[in-house]
Design a protein around this ligand. Structure first.
Ligand code: FES
Ligand code: FES
Length: 156
């Protein structure tokens, strides 16, 4: 066990944990952040994506040692029912989800893209979401929603 400090949704955290254990288990278990979902457990579906720095990463394949002193944002830190992020508003407006299981990971991939590239093209959005699987087939609506959010954010 080691002490591992990081910032989670802007709050300083210091956990005593196995540095080789994966971030997803810590988030969903001890820290109660259940918005990052377990899908494949093998860095292949994107359901568990969170933002570390300005990149979306698969929390199921991110060892704790690698996030020491980093900024982590989960879906819980993106927006809330009372104060949704523009991406969340746009996903609702475009009806860009069906079962919703993949959506928190997709929103985190999209949010990381907008951090690095506030005016993405459709091709940029498709590339950013390329590793996120959606079994419900909502991809086209999701791309439209991300472009809608980007243009809303640019107008603010
Ligand atoms: S559960 Fe992490 S990528 Fe699928
Ligand atoms: S909305 Fe159901 S898996 Fe994507």
């Amino acid at each position: 066990m080691s002490r591992i400090p990081f910032r989670l949704n802007g709050v300083e955290i210091d956990v005593d944990a196995d540095p080789d254990s994966m971030l997803l288990g810590l988030l969903r278990g001890r820290l109660g952040m259940t918005g990052a979902h377990f899908g494949c457990g093998a860095n292949e579906c994107g359901a568990c994506n969170v933002i570390v720095g300005d990149r979306a990463v698969a929390a199921c394949d991110t060892p704790l040692w690698s996030v020491a002193d980093k900024d982590i944002i989960t879906i819980e830190g993106l927006g809330s029912a009372q104060n949704p992020h523009p991406l969340q508003r746009a996903f609702i407006a475009e009806q860009a989800l069906q079962c919703g299981y993949c959506v928190s990971g997709i929103l985190m991939s999209a949010a990381a893209l907008l951090l690095r590239n506030p005016k993405p093209s459709s091709a940029d959005v498709k590339a950013a979401l390329d590793r996120n699987l959606c079994r419900c087939g909502s991809h086209n609506r999701m791309v439209r929603a991300v472009l809608r959010a980007a243009s809303e954010m640019a107008a603010q």
